[in-house]
Structure formats: structure tokens, C-alpha cells
Design a protein around this ligand. Structure first.
Ligand code: ADP
Ligand code: MG
Length: 246
């Protein structure tokens, strides 16, 4: 199962949700590969650092998948990926580079491939949408959070029509939720009104553990603290697994 995390808005939790759900699935014994298609390489830097990665795989066919744990691996992204936006422009198979890469033997052993994307709807994001079975849209619980999701859904329709008819919307994930302020609940309701059943019933709270986990190059579930956000990630993981079976 290949799942892309996308929203062209930056700072909504694409990298965080991709990372934490990937780690969570891997802790359950699933074989997980995280793929970083963002030239900013935040996902990669938060787990490891490698000089080679997705760019080399797409340009030289040199696929170096880095083991993070027994069940978690990373195909890292770095600033060189931004060159692909230019280099692939006008190529007839510009949008199928990643799906062709995933046909290689070394990708078949994974139960889940989770793909983080840049905050844009450019060639890198389109490659990820074309190469995936399902889409998760993280939205942050803030004003104007739905701005831009229409463009994303229009892009998804075009991808389905032309290149990947089977791409399904797995869910909309409300991130960085703070349950106390009324405005937060109003924003949550607005998101639920726009996306209906597609919204995951489990929301992820705003929590300082997100940054702590990144600083420690670990998952939130691997921190030694007891927190609400741990339970949220666990419930969300179950919801993700059950939706991915449908
Ligand atoms: P994106 O990948 O969509 O740009 P990130 O996942 O990098 O967004 O999140 C943006 C920033 O917000 C990061 O600094 C991240 O650590 C922080 N962040 C994300 N989710 C949460 C959360 N639930 N609680 C607190 N901080 C969060
Ligand atoms: Mg990101």
C-alpha cells in the first residue's frame, strides 16, 4: 500500500503525520518505507542523514534505501530534488518517474510506502500522486486551513482521469488541534462540513512532543513520556489500517 501525504499549504503536518504514522506502523511490525520527495528534506533530516537518496534513484538508478530500524527504512530527499522540476519539464513521462521506480524488486517487500511531498502541486507532488494507491490530506486546525484544498482536489481529479484512476482519498487528518478554544472546534466543524466522512475521526493535538521527537530522531511513540498524543497516534494508525483495507 502506497500512501501519499499532500497539501500544498506548508506547515500543516504533512511531514509530521507521514513520519509518526510510518514509525507507528513499523512498531507494529509492518515493513515500512518512508520516501521524502520534498527538496527541503525535513523528513530525512529528522530521522537520519544520507548523501544519496531519491534524487540518485531517479537520475542514476542508484537506489540506496537506508535502514532506520528493523522494520523502518528511508529513501531520503534533499535539495537536488528541486532540479527535477526543471529537468523533467516537457518529458513525456515526467509524472511517472516515481511509479516506474517503485516497480523495482527492492520496493516489493514493504507493507507500506509512505510518501511525504513538498508544499506545492509541482512535478514532485504529481509524481507522488501518480505512484500512490491512496492520499492523506493533513490540514492544520487554523483559520483558512481549507484554502487550497480545492486546488488539490482538482489536481487529484485530473490525476485520476489521466494517470492513476485508482487513487483514493484515504482521509483528511486534522492536525495541531487544541481542544480548549471555541474557535478550534469551529474550525474543526468547518473541515468536517467540507470533507464529511473523509475526515479521520481521530484528530492529532497540538503537542510539544512533536518537536521533541524530531530533536531525538525518534517517533513520539518512542518517547518515554505519557501523553494524550501517543494514544491519538495509535488510534489514528488503527483507523489508517482499517481504511487502507477497504
Ligand atoms: P508540513 O510538512 O506540512 O510543512 P510539518 O509536519 O513540517 O508540516 O509541521 C510544521 C511545523 O509544525 C513543524 O515545526 C512541526 O514540528 C510542527 N507541528 C506539526 N504538527 C504538530 C502538532 N501536532 N503539534 C505541535 N507542532 C506540530
Ligand atoms: Mg514537510
Amino acid at each position: 500500500m502506497k500512501i501519499v501525504f499532500s497539501n500544498q499549504k506548508g506547515g500543516v503536518g504533512k511531514t509530521t503525520s507521514c513520519r509518526e504514522l510510518g514509525i507507528s506502523l513499523s512498531l507494529q511490525g509492518k515493513k515500512v518505507l518512508l520516501v521524502d520527495t520534498d527538496p527541503q528534506g525535513n523528513l530525512s533530516k529528522s530521522l537520519a542523514y544520507n548523501e544519496t537518496g531519491l534524487y540518485d534513484a531517479l537520475t542514476d538508478g542508484m537506489v540506496i534505501i537506508e535502514p532506520i530500524s528493523e522494520t523502518l527504512s528511508l529513501l531520503s530527499g534533499d535539495i537536488r530534488l528541486s532540479l527535477l522540476e526543471k529537468n523533467l519539464l516537457g518529458e513525456i513521462d515526467a509524472y511517472q518517474q516515481l511509479s516506474e521506480l517503485f516497480e523495482l524488486d527492492c520496493f516489493q517487500k514493504f507493507d507500506f510506502i509512505l510518501i511525504d511531498t513538498p508544499p506545492s502541486l509541482g512535478i514532485l507532488t504529481l509524481n507522488a500522486l501518480v505512484a500512490s494507491d491512496a492520499l492523506v490530506i493533513p490540514v492544520s486546525c487554523r483559520m483558512y486551513s481549507l484554502q487550497g484544498t480545492n486546488d488539490l482536489m482538482n489536481t487529484v481529479s485530473k490525476v485520476r482521469k489521466n494517470l492513476n484512476p485508482d487513487l483514493k482519498l484515504l482521509g483528511v487528518l486534522i492536525n495541531a488541534f487544541d481542544r480548549v478554544p471555541v474557535i478550534m472546534r469551529e474550525i474543526k466543524e468547518e473541515i468536517e462540513k467540507a470533507f464529511g466522512e473523509a475526515v479521520f475521526s481521530q484528530v492529532i493535538s497540538k503537542s510539544v512532543r512533536v518537536e521533541e521527537a524530531i530533536a531525538g530522531k525518534k517517533g513520539i511513540l518512542e518517547l518515554s513520556t505519557r501523553d494524550r498524543i501517543k494514544e491519538e497516534i495509535q488510534f489514528l494508525t488503527m483507523e489508517l489500517i482499517s481504511r487502507s483495507r477497504l
